[in-house]
Design a protein around this ligand. Structure first.
Ligand code: MN3
Length: 266
């Protein structure tokens, strides 16, 4: 077996200067950082847990069907959680927040034997927890357009929210263009700009340099694995994406945007 670095070394190498000293010296600080209240962090020291959906399984009908939500959350996401905990069991990352573990993927410091399982399953857990949190029933928090600072930032970065060539078209293209399984993301980049990108499988923008061309803090994510839409839309991924806009919870995305801007730079 290779000699994995200690957890403290892993955390220290995520950042430089005073920030590194702060992170290495006080893990609790990491857990209480801005964004920690958004429902994707684990309880310190405990296993990763499957979060409850913030709405009923049928709440996203007719855009996302009940059966898909039941299987997606109760079977797929649960399997990521269970397999992540198995893979983490013998490692120094057991009990750590998902964000910290995913950042460690980016610096290639996970144990060889469980690196792929941790990458896939902790990534799968984090991505799905985010996904549930940024949706809401259509007309009851879901759909419409962003407002406030997020709306301004989207207009500045992409020209417009929904005009031709603007944000929605580019984000949909990122999801439609992902070959095979993966995700489309709206991220806050390390220099605090907005960017659209896509990852394969269960990779996360939080993995940093491990994911070419898609690095940052994700604030909006769209699951384009077939398991997310096949029962209702079969092969018509573009139709699923077009319908999905009706259930995007822009207030939740705006909260994630504000938290990402306020978080310490890594
Ligand atoms: Mn999925």
């Amino acid at each position: 077996m290779t000699d994995p670095i200690t957890r403290r070394q892993a955390i220290a190498s995520l950042a430089t200067g005073a920030a590194a000293l702060s992170l290495a010296g006080c893990a609790d600080k990491v857990r209480s950082a801005p964004g920690a209240g958004l429902g994707v962090l684990v309880v310190a020291g405990g296993p990763l847990t499957l979060p409850d959906l913030p709405y009923a399984h049928d709440a996203l009908e007719p855009f996302i069907d009940t059966r898909t939500m039941e299987i997606h959350h109760g079977k797929h996401h649960k399997a990521y959680v269970d397999n992540a905990n198995k893979a983490l069991d013998e490692t120094m990352f057991k009990g750590e927040p998902a964000e910290e573990i995913l950042a460690a993927v980016g610096i290639a410091k996970l144990p060889d034997a469980t690196r792929a399982a941790i990458r896939n399953n902790v990534g799968g857990h984090y991505n799905h927890a985010l996904f549930w949190s940024i949706m809401a029933p259509a007309g009851k928090g879901g759909g419409g357009a962003p407002s406030g600072p997020l709306a301004g930032a989207i207009a500045q970065a992409f020209g417009s929210f929904d005009a031709k060539g603007g944000f929605k078209e580019r984000f949909a293209a990122a999801g439609a263009g992902r070959f095979g399984s993966g995700w489309a993301w709206l991220c806050v980049t390390p220099d605090r700009a907005l960017a659209i990108c896509s990852t394969a499988n269960q990779d996360s923008p939080l993995m940093g340099q491990a994911v070419a061309g898609c690095s940052g803090t994700p604030i909006l994510g769209l699951d384009v694995w077939e398991h997310a839409y096949y029962l209702k839309y079969q092969n018509l991924r573009a139709d699923y994406i077009a319908a999905w806009w009706n259930v995007v919870n822009w207030a939740a995305v705006a909260d994630r945007y504000a938290a990402a801007l306020a978080a310490p730079r890594r």
